[in-house]
Write a new protein. Sequence first.
Length: 494
Amino acid sequence: MSDKSEKEQLEAKLEEMLDEKHKGLAKILAQKIIIDEYSAEMQLRIVEMKNLDLYLQNVLQDAELRRQTYYSNQKSRKLEKVGDDLKYEKRKLKEIEDGKLDIKKRNPEANQKLMYFVDKVEKNKKGKILDHSLPQYRRAVSLFTGLVGDKPVHEYKLSDFEEYQSLFLRVPLDYQKIASGNPLKAIEVNDNLPDGQKYDTYKWKTFKGKHASSIRVVFDYIKKHKILEYNPMSDFKLEEPVYDYTATRRKPKRSFKNEELVKIFNVPLFHSCLNSVNWMTPGNYPIRDFKFWGILIGLFTGARSSEIGQLLIMDVVNYNNIPHFHIVDQYTYEDVLDYDLNISEEELDEINKRTKNKKSVRLVPVHNELIKMGFLDYLEKRKSECQSHSEQLFPDWYADKYGRHSTLMAERFSYLLDKSGIKTQAISFHSFRHTFKDAMRRADLPYGVQRKFMGHSLNDVNEEYGIDKLQKKHSEEINNISYDTLDFSHLYVK
Protein backbone atom coordinates (compact mmCIF):
# COMPACT_ATOMS: atom_id res chain seq x y z
CA MET A 1 0.00 0.00 0.00
CA SER A 2 2.75 2.28 0.94
CA ASP A 3 4.59 1.45 -2.27
CA LYS A 4 1.56 2.47 -4.30
CA SER A 5 1.25 5.67 -2.36
CA GLU A 6 4.88 6.60 -3.05
CA LYS A 7 4.43 5.86 -6.73
CA GLU A 8 1.38 8.11 -6.91
CA GLN A 9 3.23 10.89 -5.17
CA LEU A 10 6.09 10.58 -7.65
CA GLU A 11 3.74 10.63 -10.60
CA ALA A 12 1.91 13.67 -9.21
CA LYS A 13 5.21 15.46 -8.68
CA LEU A 14 6.33 14.59 -12.20
CA GLU A 15 3.10 15.97 -13.68
CA GLU A 16 3.54 19.16 -11.64
CA MET A 17 7.10 19.60 -12.97
CA LEU A 18 5.91 19.03 -16.53
CA ASP A 19 3.17 21.62 -16.03
CA GLU A 20 5.76 24.14 -14.76
CA LYS A 21 8.00 23.41 -17.75
CA HIS A 22 5.12 23.84 -20.17
CA LYS A 23 4.17 27.08 -18.51
CA GLY A 24 7.77 28.35 -18.90
CA LEU A 25 7.83 27.28 -22.52
CA ALA A 26 4.47 28.92 -23.06
CA LYS A 27 5.79 32.16 -21.60
CA ILE A 28 8.87 32.05 -23.84
CA LEU A 29 6.68 31.34 -26.85
CA ALA A 30 4.35 34.23 -25.97
CA GLN A 31 7.33 36.59 -25.57
CA LYS A 32 8.69 35.45 -28.95
CA ILE A 33 5.36 36.16 -30.57
CA ILE A 34 5.28 39.65 -29.04
CA ILE A 35 8.86 40.31 -30.18
CA ASP A 36 8.06 39.09 -33.69
CA GLU A 37 5.01 41.34 -33.82
CA TYR A 38 7.05 44.34 -32.53
CA SER A 39 9.84 43.59 -35.02
CA ALA A 40 7.33 43.44 -37.87
CA GLU A 41 5.83 46.74 -36.70
CA MET A 42 9.28 48.33 -36.50
CA GLN A 43 10.08 47.10 -40.00
CA LEU A 44 6.86 48.66 -41.20
CA ARG A 45 7.77 51.92 -39.42
CA ILE A 46 11.22 51.92 -41.04
CA VAL A 47 9.66 51.48 -44.46
CA GLU A 48 7.22 54.32 -43.68
CA MET A 49 10.12 56.58 -42.51
CA LYS A 50 12.08 55.84 -45.67
CA ASN A 51 9.04 56.68 -47.77
CA LEU A 52 8.52 59.89 -45.76
CA ASP A 53 12.20 60.83 -46.16
CA LEU A 54 11.95 60.24 -49.90
CA TYR A 55 8.80 62.34 -50.00
CA LEU A 56 10.46 65.21 -48.10
CA GLN A 57 13.46 65.08 -50.43
CA ASN A 58 11.14 65.35 -53.41
CA VAL A 59 9.32 68.26 -51.77
CA LEU A 60 12.63 70.07 -51.06
CA GLN A 61 13.91 69.46 -54.58
CA ASP A 62 10.65 70.76 -56.00
CA ALA A 63 10.83 73.85 -53.74
CA GLU A 64 14.46 74.50 -54.74
CA LEU A 65 13.54 74.15 -58.41
CA ARG A 66 10.66 76.60 -57.95
CA ARG A 67 12.97 79.05 -56.12
CA GLN A 68 15.61 78.88 -58.85
CA THR A 69 12.98 79.29 -61.55
CA TYR A 70 11.50 82.29 -59.73
CA TYR A 71 14.83 84.06 -59.27
CA SER A 72 15.89 83.17 -62.79
CA ASN A 73 12.73 84.78 -64.12
CA GLN A 74 13.22 87.80 -61.84
CA LYS A 75 16.83 88.15 -62.98
CA SER A 76 15.81 87.83 -66.63
CA ARG A 77 13.17 90.53 -66.20
CA LYS A 78 15.68 92.82 -64.44
CA LEU A 79 18.33 92.25 -67.10
CA GLU A 80 15.76 92.87 -69.79
CA LYS A 81 14.74 96.14 -68.12
CA VAL A 82 18.36 97.20 -67.63
CA GLY A 83 19.04 96.37 -71.26
CA ASP A 84 16.09 98.47 -72.39
CA ASP A 85 17.23 101.36 -70.18
CA LEU A 86 20.76 101.16 -71.57
CA LYS A 87 19.48 101.14 -75.14
CA TYR A 88 17.32 104.18 -74.42
CA GLU A 89 20.12 106.09 -72.72
CA LYS A 90 22.63 105.22 -75.45
CA ARG A 91 20.14 106.48 -78.02
CA LYS A 92 19.72 109.74 -76.09
CA LEU A 93 23.48 110.16 -75.70
CA LYS A 94 23.97 109.61 -79.43
CA GLU A 95 21.26 112.17 -80.15
CA ILE A 96 23.12 114.68 -77.98
CA GLU A 97 26.43 113.97 -79.68
CA ASP A 98 24.82 114.27 -83.12
CA GLY A 99 23.04 117.46 -82.09
CA LYS A 100 19.60 115.95 -82.71
CA LEU A 101 18.21 116.40 -79.16
CA ASP A 102 16.20 119.57 -78.80
CA ILE A 103 18.03 121.56 -76.13
CA LYS A 104 15.01 123.81 -75.64
CA LYS A 105 13.04 120.86 -74.25
CA ARG A 106 15.69 120.14 -71.61
CA ASN A 107 14.70 120.61 -67.98
CA PRO A 108 16.12 123.98 -66.80
CA GLU A 109 17.58 122.25 -63.74
CA ALA A 110 19.91 120.31 -66.05
CA ASN A 111 22.04 123.46 -66.16
CA GLN A 112 22.64 123.27 -62.41
CA LYS A 113 25.92 122.02 -60.93
CA LEU A 114 26.08 118.62 -59.25
CA MET A 115 26.30 119.99 -55.68
CA TYR A 116 22.90 121.64 -56.21
CA PHE A 117 21.30 118.20 -56.27
CA VAL A 118 23.06 116.96 -53.14
CA ASP A 119 20.70 119.07 -51.00
CA LYS A 120 17.75 117.49 -52.78
CA VAL A 121 19.12 113.98 -52.34
CA GLU A 122 19.73 114.61 -48.64
CA LYS A 123 16.16 115.84 -48.14
CA ASN A 124 14.88 112.85 -50.07
CA LYS A 125 17.00 110.46 -47.99
CA LYS A 126 16.15 111.94 -44.59
CA GLY A 127 14.47 109.36 -42.45
CA LYS A 128 15.61 106.50 -44.70
CA ILE A 129 19.28 106.53 -43.77
CA LEU A 130 21.22 107.70 -40.74
CA ASP A 131 21.91 111.43 -40.60
CA HIS A 132 25.64 110.82 -40.25
CA SER A 133 25.67 109.22 -43.73
CA LEU A 134 24.41 112.37 -45.43
CA PRO A 135 27.71 114.33 -45.44
CA GLN A 136 29.21 111.50 -47.51
CA TYR A 137 27.37 112.78 -50.57
CA ARG A 138 29.00 116.19 -50.18
CA ARG A 139 32.48 114.71 -49.74
CA ALA A 140 32.04 112.47 -52.78
CA VAL A 141 30.65 115.21 -55.03
CA SER A 142 33.30 117.69 -53.90
CA LEU A 143 36.12 115.27 -54.78
CA PHE A 144 34.43 114.20 -58.03
CA THR A 145 34.05 117.77 -59.30
CA GLY A 146 37.58 118.57 -58.15
CA LEU A 147 38.93 115.78 -60.35
CA VAL A 148 36.83 116.07 -63.52
CA GLY A 149 35.49 119.62 -63.29
CA ASP A 150 32.46 121.34 -61.82
CA LYS A 151 30.02 121.81 -64.70
CA PRO A 152 26.29 121.58 -65.48
CA VAL A 153 25.07 118.02 -65.00
CA HIS A 154 24.03 117.62 -68.64
CA GLU A 155 27.66 118.03 -69.73
CA TYR A 156 28.99 114.94 -67.94
CA LYS A 157 29.87 111.99 -70.18
CA LEU A 158 31.13 108.44 -69.70
CA SER A 159 34.72 109.58 -70.19
CA ASP A 160 34.40 111.82 -67.10
CA PHE A 161 33.62 108.83 -64.89
CA GLU A 162 36.43 106.78 -66.37
CA GLU A 163 38.86 109.62 -65.67
CA TYR A 164 37.41 109.95 -62.16
CA GLN A 165 38.14 106.29 -61.47
CA SER A 166 41.69 106.47 -62.83
CA LEU A 167 42.57 109.52 -60.70
CA PHE A 168 40.79 108.64 -57.45
CA LEU A 169 43.31 106.12 -56.08
CA ARG A 170 46.12 108.65 -56.52
CA VAL A 171 44.41 111.30 -54.37
CA PRO A 172 46.08 111.74 -50.93
CA LEU A 173 43.74 111.37 -47.96
CA ASP A 174 44.90 114.78 -46.70
CA TYR A 175 44.42 116.55 -50.04
CA GLN A 176 42.42 119.29 -48.28
CA LYS A 177 45.53 120.27 -46.31
CA ILE A 178 48.18 119.41 -48.90
CA ALA A 179 46.76 121.56 -51.68
CA SER A 180 43.97 123.63 -50.11
CA GLY A 181 41.29 121.23 -51.30
CA ASN A 182 42.59 120.85 -54.86
CA PRO A 183 42.87 117.07 -55.48
CA LEU A 184 44.66 117.42 -58.81
CA LYS A 185 47.33 119.62 -57.26
CA ALA A 186 47.62 117.19 -54.32
CA ILE A 187 48.18 114.30 -56.76
CA GLU A 188 50.97 116.27 -58.43
CA VAL A 189 52.62 117.03 -55.09
CA ASN A 190 52.38 113.39 -53.97
CA ASP A 191 53.69 112.01 -57.26
CA ASN A 192 56.83 114.14 -56.91
CA LEU A 193 57.63 112.78 -53.44
CA PRO A 194 60.16 109.91 -53.22
CA ASP A 195 58.92 106.41 -52.41
CA GLY A 196 58.44 105.87 -48.69
CA GLN A 197 57.56 109.51 -48.11
CA LYS A 198 54.36 109.65 -50.12
CA TYR A 199 51.09 110.54 -48.43
CA ASP A 200 48.45 107.87 -47.82
CA THR A 201 46.02 107.70 -50.73
CA TYR A 202 42.44 106.52 -51.02
CA LYS A 203 41.78 102.78 -51.21
CA TRP A 204 39.80 100.93 -53.84
CA LYS A 205 37.14 99.79 -51.34
CA THR A 206 36.55 103.44 -50.36
CA PHE A 207 36.02 104.35 -54.00
CA LYS A 208 33.71 101.42 -54.64
CA GLY A 209 31.77 101.44 -51.36
CA LYS A 210 31.43 105.16 -50.65
CA HIS A 211 32.43 107.61 -53.34
CA ALA A 212 31.34 105.98 -56.61
CA SER A 213 28.12 104.73 -55.01
CA SER A 214 27.34 108.22 -53.69
CA ILE A 215 27.86 109.80 -57.12
CA ARG A 216 25.62 107.15 -58.63
CA VAL A 217 22.88 107.92 -56.08
CA VAL A 218 22.95 111.59 -57.10
CA PHE A 219 22.73 110.80 -60.83
CA ASP A 220 20.00 108.24 -60.19
CA TYR A 221 18.04 110.99 -58.45
CA ILE A 222 18.60 113.31 -61.44
CA LYS A 223 17.27 110.73 -63.87
CA LYS A 224 14.40 109.61 -61.62
CA HIS A 225 13.11 113.18 -61.38
CA LYS A 226 13.43 113.62 -65.16
CA ILE A 227 16.04 116.39 -64.91
CA LEU A 228 17.95 114.34 -67.49
CA GLU A 229 16.35 111.71 -69.71
CA TYR A 230 19.43 109.54 -69.38
CA ASN A 231 22.02 108.62 -66.77
CA PRO A 232 25.53 109.41 -68.04
CA MET A 233 26.83 106.89 -65.48
CA SER A 234 24.81 103.99 -66.92
CA ASP A 235 27.66 102.54 -69.00
CA PHE A 236 30.29 103.14 -66.31
CA LYS A 237 31.86 99.95 -64.97
CA LEU A 238 33.92 99.67 -61.81
CA GLU A 239 37.28 98.11 -62.60
CA GLU A 240 39.71 97.39 -59.78
CA PRO A 241 43.17 98.52 -60.93
CA VAL A 242 46.05 96.09 -61.25
CA TYR A 243 48.56 98.63 -59.99
CA ASP A 244 48.80 98.70 -56.19
CA TYR A 245 48.93 102.32 -55.12
CA THR A 246 49.47 101.24 -51.51
CA ALA A 247 52.93 99.85 -52.35
CA THR A 248 54.59 103.26 -52.11
CA ARG A 249 52.64 104.54 -49.14
CA ARG A 250 54.14 105.61 -45.87
CA LYS A 251 54.65 103.08 -43.13
CA PRO A 252 51.65 102.60 -40.79
CA LYS A 253 51.53 104.66 -37.59
CA ARG A 254 53.58 103.22 -34.72
CA SER A 255 53.65 103.53 -30.94
CA PHE A 256 55.27 106.50 -29.26
CA LYS A 257 58.81 106.00 -28.01
CA ASN A 258 59.49 106.79 -24.35
CA GLU A 259 61.44 109.94 -25.18
CA GLU A 260 58.59 111.12 -27.42
CA LEU A 261 56.06 110.64 -24.63
CA VAL A 262 58.24 112.66 -22.28
CA LYS A 263 58.39 115.55 -24.76
CA ILE A 264 54.63 115.42 -25.43
CA PHE A 265 53.69 115.66 -21.75
CA ASN A 266 56.37 118.19 -20.96
CA VAL A 267 54.75 120.95 -23.04
CA PRO A 268 53.06 123.93 -21.30
CA LEU A 269 49.62 122.40 -21.95
CA PHE A 270 50.37 119.84 -19.23
CA HIS A 271 51.98 122.30 -16.84
CA SER A 272 50.97 125.95 -17.06
CA CYS A 273 50.53 127.93 -20.26
CA LEU A 274 50.07 131.60 -21.11
CA ASN A 275 46.33 131.35 -21.84
CA SER A 276 43.77 129.17 -23.63
CA VAL A 277 44.93 130.46 -27.04
CA ASN A 278 48.69 130.32 -26.44
CA TRP A 279 48.64 126.87 -24.88
CA MET A 280 52.15 126.00 -26.10
CA THR A 281 53.66 129.11 -24.48
CA PRO A 282 54.75 128.83 -20.80
CA GLY A 283 52.79 130.90 -18.30
CA ASN A 284 50.70 130.69 -15.12
CA TYR A 285 47.41 129.49 -16.63
CA PRO A 286 46.46 125.84 -15.86
CA ILE A 287 44.31 124.70 -18.77
CA ARG A 288 41.76 121.88 -18.60
CA ASP A 289 40.17 121.91 -22.05
CA PHE A 290 39.46 119.22 -24.65
CA LYS A 291 43.14 119.08 -25.70
CA PHE A 292 44.29 118.41 -22.14
CA TRP A 293 41.72 115.72 -21.37
CA GLY A 294 41.53 114.31 -24.89
CA ILE A 295 45.25 113.51 -25.08
CA LEU A 296 45.31 112.02 -21.57
CA ILE A 297 42.22 109.90 -22.26
CA GLY A 298 43.88 108.70 -25.48
CA LEU A 299 46.94 107.65 -23.49
CA PHE A 300 44.97 105.77 -20.80
CA THR A 301 42.20 104.20 -22.94
CA GLY A 302 43.62 103.77 -26.45
CA ALA A 303 40.39 105.29 -27.79
CA ARG A 304 40.32 106.91 -31.22
CA SER A 305 40.18 110.72 -31.31
CA SER A 306 36.79 110.57 -33.04
CA GLU A 307 35.46 108.37 -30.20
CA ILE A 308 36.74 110.73 -27.48
CA GLY A 309 35.48 113.83 -29.31
CA GLN A 310 31.95 112.41 -29.51
CA LEU A 311 31.74 111.57 -25.79
CA LEU A 312 28.63 112.89 -24.06
CA ILE A 313 28.27 113.63 -20.36
CA MET A 314 26.12 110.51 -20.04
CA ASP A 315 28.85 108.40 -21.68
CA VAL A 316 30.74 108.24 -18.37
CA VAL A 317 28.78 105.47 -16.64
CA ASN A 318 29.00 103.61 -13.35
CA TYR A 319 29.59 99.92 -14.04
CA ASN A 320 30.80 97.41 -11.45
CA ASN A 321 30.92 100.44 -9.09
CA ILE A 322 33.73 101.80 -11.26
CA PRO A 323 33.45 104.76 -13.68
CA HIS A 324 33.75 103.71 -17.31
CA PHE A 325 33.83 105.45 -20.68
CA HIS A 326 30.93 104.06 -22.67
CA ILE A 327 31.99 104.27 -26.32
CA VAL A 328 28.74 103.79 -28.21
CA ASP A 329 26.97 105.02 -31.34
CA GLN A 330 23.34 104.72 -30.29
CA TYR A 331 21.76 104.07 -26.91
CA THR A 332 19.02 101.53 -26.23
CA TYR A 333 16.37 101.74 -23.53
CA GLU A 334 18.11 98.79 -21.84
CA ASP A 335 21.24 100.97 -21.55
CA VAL A 336 19.18 103.64 -19.80
CA LEU A 337 18.11 101.11 -17.18
CA ASP A 338 21.48 99.35 -16.87
CA TYR A 339 23.45 102.56 -16.33
CA ASP A 340 20.68 104.56 -14.59
CA LEU A 341 20.93 107.36 -17.16
CA ASN A 342 19.15 110.63 -16.51
CA ILE A 343 17.69 111.23 -19.97
CA SER A 344 14.27 111.48 -21.59
CA GLU A 345 13.04 109.32 -24.47
CA GLU A 346 13.08 112.32 -26.81
CA GLU A 347 16.72 113.07 -26.00
CA LEU A 348 17.61 109.41 -26.39
CA ASP A 349 16.12 109.27 -29.89
CA GLU A 350 18.12 112.33 -30.96
CA ILE A 351 21.50 110.79 -30.05
CA ASN A 352 23.20 109.60 -33.21
CA LYS A 353 26.96 109.10 -33.06
CA ARG A 354 29.46 107.09 -35.08
CA THR A 355 31.73 104.20 -34.28
CA LYS A 356 34.09 102.41 -36.64
CA ASN A 357 32.12 99.14 -36.43
CA LYS A 358 29.91 97.12 -34.08
CA LYS A 359 32.87 95.78 -32.08
CA SER A 360 33.97 99.36 -31.36
CA VAL A 361 31.03 99.72 -28.96
CA ARG A 362 32.63 99.01 -25.60
CA LEU A 363 33.26 99.96 -21.98
CA VAL A 364 36.71 101.17 -20.94
CA PRO A 365 37.34 101.88 -17.23
CA VAL A 366 38.51 105.34 -16.18
CA HIS A 367 42.14 104.95 -15.07
CA ASN A 368 43.01 106.07 -11.51
CA GLU A 369 45.56 108.51 -12.92
CA LEU A 370 42.74 110.39 -14.67
CA ILE A 371 40.72 110.42 -11.45
CA LYS A 372 43.71 111.76 -9.48
CA MET A 373 44.06 114.53 -12.06
CA GLY A 374 40.46 115.61 -11.44
CA PHE A 375 38.58 114.09 -14.35
CA LEU A 376 35.53 113.21 -12.24
CA ASP A 377 35.53 116.78 -10.89
CA TYR A 378 35.49 118.01 -14.48
CA LEU A 379 32.58 115.63 -15.18
CA GLU A 380 30.54 116.96 -12.25
CA LYS A 381 31.26 120.52 -13.38
CA ARG A 382 29.91 119.74 -16.84
CA LYS A 383 26.79 118.15 -15.31
CA SER A 384 26.11 121.29 -13.28
CA GLU A 385 26.58 123.50 -16.36
CA CYS A 386 24.22 121.59 -18.65
CA GLN A 387 20.49 121.09 -18.62
CA SER A 388 20.82 117.66 -20.25
CA HIS A 389 23.37 114.89 -19.84
CA SER A 390 23.11 114.25 -23.58
CA GLU A 391 25.31 117.31 -24.23
CA GLN A 392 28.97 116.95 -25.20
CA LEU A 393 31.51 116.18 -22.52
CA PHE A 394 33.97 118.51 -24.29
CA PRO A 395 31.87 121.34 -25.79
CA ASP A 396 34.84 123.06 -27.46
CA TRP A 397 35.68 119.87 -29.39
CA TYR A 398 33.51 120.58 -32.40
CA ALA A 399 33.05 118.51 -35.56
CA ASP A 400 34.19 119.63 -39.01
CA LYS A 401 31.78 120.41 -41.84
CA TYR A 402 31.57 116.70 -42.65
CA GLY A 403 30.56 115.77 -39.10
CA ARG A 404 33.95 114.28 -38.17
CA HIS A 405 35.31 114.85 -34.65
CA SER A 406 38.83 113.67 -35.49
CA THR A 407 39.85 116.69 -37.57
CA LEU A 408 40.18 119.31 -34.81
CA MET A 409 42.28 117.11 -32.53
CA ALA A 410 44.43 116.00 -35.47
CA GLU A 411 45.25 119.64 -36.23
CA ARG A 412 45.96 120.57 -32.60
CA PHE A 413 48.02 117.47 -31.89
CA SER A 414 50.01 117.88 -35.10
CA TYR A 415 50.84 121.42 -33.95
CA LEU A 416 51.94 120.04 -30.54
CA LEU A 417 54.22 117.48 -32.17
CA ASP A 418 55.70 120.15 -34.45
CA LYS A 419 56.43 122.53 -31.57
CA SER A 420 57.92 119.65 -29.57
CA GLY A 421 60.34 118.90 -32.40
CA ILE A 422 59.24 115.29 -32.83
CA LYS A 423 56.78 115.52 -35.72
CA THR A 424 57.20 112.76 -38.31
CA GLN A 425 54.82 110.95 -40.65
CA ALA A 426 55.16 107.83 -38.49
CA ILE A 427 53.29 109.23 -35.46
CA SER A 428 49.97 110.94 -34.88
CA PHE A 429 47.19 110.91 -32.27
CA HIS A 430 46.43 107.36 -33.41
CA SER A 431 49.83 106.34 -32.03
CA PHE A 432 48.29 106.53 -28.55
CA ARG A 433 46.20 103.53 -29.54
CA HIS A 434 49.33 101.48 -30.30
CA THR A 435 51.04 102.82 -27.18
CA PHE A 436 48.10 101.78 -24.98
CA LYS A 437 48.12 98.34 -26.58
CA ASP A 438 51.84 97.94 -25.76
CA ALA A 439 51.19 99.08 -22.16
CA MET A 440 48.50 96.43 -21.72
CA ARG A 441 50.93 93.76 -22.87
CA ARG A 442 53.60 95.00 -20.46
CA ALA A 443 51.04 94.91 -17.63
CA ASP A 444 50.25 91.29 -18.61
CA LEU A 445 46.52 91.90 -18.98
CA PRO A 446 44.63 88.82 -20.21
CA TYR A 447 44.37 88.68 -23.98
CA GLY A 448 40.57 88.86 -23.86
CA VAL A 449 40.66 91.98 -21.67
CA GLN A 450 43.04 93.65 -24.12
CA ARG A 451 40.78 92.88 -27.06
CA LYS A 452 37.74 94.14 -25.16
CA PHE A 453 39.35 97.45 -24.15
CA MET A 454 40.55 98.01 -27.73
CA GLY A 455 37.14 97.29 -29.23
CA HIS A 456 38.40 94.32 -31.22
CA SER A 457 36.64 91.03 -31.94
CA LEU A 458 37.00 88.57 -29.06
CA ASN A 459 37.36 85.54 -31.36
CA ASP A 460 37.52 82.50 -29.08
CA VAL A 461 38.06 84.23 -25.73
CA ASN A 462 34.40 84.88 -24.81
CA GLU A 463 34.80 82.50 -21.88
CA GLU A 464 36.90 85.08 -20.07
CA TYR A 465 33.91 87.43 -19.90
CA GLY A 466 30.98 85.16 -19.28
CA ILE A 467 28.24 86.55 -21.52
CA ASP A 468 30.48 89.04 -23.30
CA LYS A 469 30.48 91.29 -20.20
CA LEU A 470 33.31 92.87 -18.24
CA GLN A 471 33.67 91.52 -14.74
CA LYS A 472 34.80 93.76 -11.89
CA LYS A 473 38.27 92.16 -11.76
CA HIS A 474 38.70 93.00 -15.45
CA SER A 475 37.65 96.61 -14.91
CA GLU A 476 40.17 96.94 -12.06
CA GLU A 477 43.00 95.66 -14.26
CA ILE A 478 43.09 99.00 -16.12
CA ASN A 479 45.08 100.37 -13.18
CA ASN A 480 47.89 97.86 -13.83
CA ILE A 481 48.76 99.94 -16.89
CA SER A 482 51.53 102.45 -16.28
CA TYR A 483 54.13 104.51 -18.13
CA ASP A 484 57.41 104.47 -16.21
CA THR A 485 58.91 107.50 -17.97
CA LEU A 486 55.90 109.73 -17.19
CA ASP A 487 55.13 111.50 -13.91
CA PHE A 488 51.74 113.20 -13.60
CA SER A 489 51.91 113.94 -9.87
CA HIS A 490 52.11 117.71 -10.53
CA LEU A 491 48.63 117.48 -12.12
CA TYR A 492 46.98 115.70 -9.17
CA VAL A 493 44.13 117.53 -7.49
CA LYS A 494 45.23 118.52 -4.01
